[in-house]
Design a protein around this ligand. Sequence first.
Ligand code: SAM
Length: 279
Amino acid sequence: MPVSLLGASEIRRLAADLDVTPTKKLGQNFVVDANTVRKIVQAAKVVASDRVVEIGPGLGSLTLAILETGASVLAVEIDHRLAARLPETAAAHGVPADRLSVIDADALQVRELPGAPEVLVANLPYNVSVPVLLHFLETFPFLQRGVVMVQAEVGERLAAPPGSKVYGAPSVKAAWYGPWRLAGTVSRQVFWPVPNVDSVLVGFERDAEPRGDEELRRRTFAIVDAAFQQRRKMLRQALSSVLGGSAAAASEALEAAGIDPTLRGEQLSIDDFARIARG
Ligand code: SAM
């Protein structure tokens, strides 16, 4: 039996049945359009042999579109009612039981993903999208690639190159793991309820070789945070607290890394920041 997708009226019926009124607090805007969930799965290039992890499956619309390809899904959902109902919904739509597992938990707290899925596909809860992405990339080295839907401003920031107006700490930290790209826009009208922000898809691919070990990552991220906390200041001032305690010591450390101390953080790439951290 082929996998079938959820339709708009079935989604509302399911929510009513579960007594779920979508909440802002959990970023619950459910996709009620089959073309959109298929578009996300296509952008992620999911194939039958993939093991996919989905954060926030909700009522299951994107989950079923992933499962339609033949891939298996591990879904992490914080709302107990939604987590409990998902296997039943999947079974009713033709999904063999062994292709879906559900973890009833806060994705920010998850430290293990059974089966080591290599692909992340999600319509992320917008209030925690960046922390959740960074937590997953940091904690699960087997995650190789992914496509996620996020608020447009967040997606633009994640994919921003150095020097652009929206380039910030999330852009640099995300780039630690590999390149990011914008992978499409999504209309507000495909959600229930309709959100008051625009959405985009962003994709990433993890670099073949990690940029450095955990110690270097922590040090790099601390320098990134300091640089962007005072983004209008020159690096020699913004980084004085993390590089030797004075502007003079920071200048010396920056020059040793081949970086002009009068630059600002927004002009530096992840490689520049990592070079400063290496010392
Ligand atoms: N994937 C579904 C869809 O596209 O229709 C739902 C997407 S909705 C934007 C976000 C989902 O993430 C909701 O189901 C919400 O309950 C869940 N969620 C919110 N915060 C979460 C967290 N910290 N960990 C796991 N799931 C979370």
